[in-house]
Design a protein around this ligand. Structure first.
Ligand SMILES: *Cc1c(COP(=O)(O)O)cnc(C)c1O
Length: 368
């Protein structure tokens, strides 16, 4: 009989702890949202805010920890480090605490205070960086100097998740649609932070031989849309995104344009207006990227109508709005940023409920 060395035993016990946590968890809901302005198109939101740590990053964090453990990259007592705009760090702090590992989040100084409080709640430390484009280099430095491990979500998100199935977000959506009128959705709509969710969705529908197309809704201050259109992966911006969780100043390694069928670029004000509209319709606050996704879904839905198609669509509800009480949901904050959302909220409502066109012309690729 061979005896496992103590590191292997620690890895085995760590994986057991994460799997046991998963076993105690329930799946996230799929919520229908009626859109009378898009007759024949049925929209659902996959509500990722109902994970224990409040966002779709719960799935990613679990995958990244399992991937790092199975690769032999984590050691008892060695710090775990991540570059994050907040949501990933919250979920990773949760898993680091489960395993008894120190956790350090390298986050832009502009990150919502509520998110920093959540990281601390799960026992994580936040290391603030003034320039959001410096979070990567700073994470590498901290890992090197502390003997810790930099999880690097932006590189590994696309490969840490089992894209064929294993209860990933795509498999869950298709399971939950089984008894609907249109069980195979015409469109799946998501927005890019790491790009990992879009990679899982795009690969899964190909692997399962579905006709479902994947639409990526990008934020205003982000390079993904221009890179998708031009094919140039070297594009950069010198500022962070206005929509927390999505939009990046560089083309992240996990962003895989080949599995995306269409892209739209949504102005921040319109994302925020759609977020407020969605919150009113659902009776609870949602995050801004869910607003971006609603606009993406409306554009895909209007394209379906133009083509004479009927069917279903699923968009992601990425996180709850409680994290943004002092920003996106604060009238004084919105005013100080120069946003006047009420007319835009009315325009989103007119579009969703009466079929009016969206205000302005949105940049898009792949929607005819
Ligand atoms: C990360 C994130 C996204 C995008 O998901 P990815 O899989 O990283 O592309 C969308 N919304 C929020 C709030 C996020 O935190």
């Amino acid at each position: 009989m061979t005896v496992m060395n103590s590191l292997r035993q620690w890895v085995r016990e760590s994986i057991r702890i994460i799997e046991a946590d998963f076993q105690r968890s329930a799946d996230t809901h799929l919520i229908p949202l009626e859109l009378p302005g898009l007759p024949g198109v049925e929209l659902y939101f996959k509500d990722e805010s109902s994970h224990p740590t409040g966002s779709l990053k719960h799935r990613l964090a679990r995958s990244l920890f399992l991937y790092a453990l199975c690769n032999g990259w984590l050691k008892p007592g060695a710090p775990v480090i991540e570059a994050s705009s907040g949501s990933t760090a919250i979920s990773e702090a949760y898993f680091a605490r489960l395993l008894g590992l120190p956790f350090i989040a390298v986050v832009p100084a502009s990150t919502a205070k509520e998110k920093l409080a959540q990281i601390a709640f799960y026992g994580g430390q936040s290391h603030l960086v003034d320039d959001p484009t410096q979070i990567y280099a700073e994470s590498e430095r901290l890992a090197r100097e502390s003997g810790g491990h930099y999880l690097d979500q932006f590189t590994y998100a696309e490969r840490a998740t089992d894209w064929r199935a294993n209860n990933n977000i795509a498999e869950s959506i298709f399971q939950q649609l089984r008894f609907e009128r249109y069980p195979v959705p015409s469109w799946l709509v998501s927005s890019p932070g790491t790009g990992g969710t879009l990679a899982t969705l795009g690969r899964y529908v190909r692997y399962r031989q579905h006709e479902t197309r994947v639409l990526c809704a990008d934020a205003e201050r982000s390079v993904f849309f221009d890179s998708y259109v031009s094919g140039d992966r070297s594009l950069t911006l010198d500022c962070g995104s206005g929509i927390e969780g999505i939009g990046r100043p560089r083309v992240e390694a996990s962003f895989l344009p080949e599995v995306i069928d269409a892209m739209v670029k949504v102005p921040d004000a319109l994302s925020l207006a759609a977020m407020h509209y969605l919150a009113r319709r659902l009776g609870r606050r949602v995050g801004a990227s869910s607003g971006t996704n609603l606009i993406g879904a409306i554009m895909a839905g209007r394209y379906m109508l133009k083509c004479g198609e009927r069917g279903s669509m699923v968009a992601l509800l990425c996180d709850s709005g409680e994290r943004y009480a002092t920003s996106y949901y604060d009238a004084a904050w919105l005013r100080a940023q120069g946003f006047d959302l009420e007319p835009l909220i009315a325009a989103v409502e007119a579009c969703a409920e009466h079929g009016a066109p969206l205000p302005g012309t949105l940049a898009q690729a792949g929607l005819g």
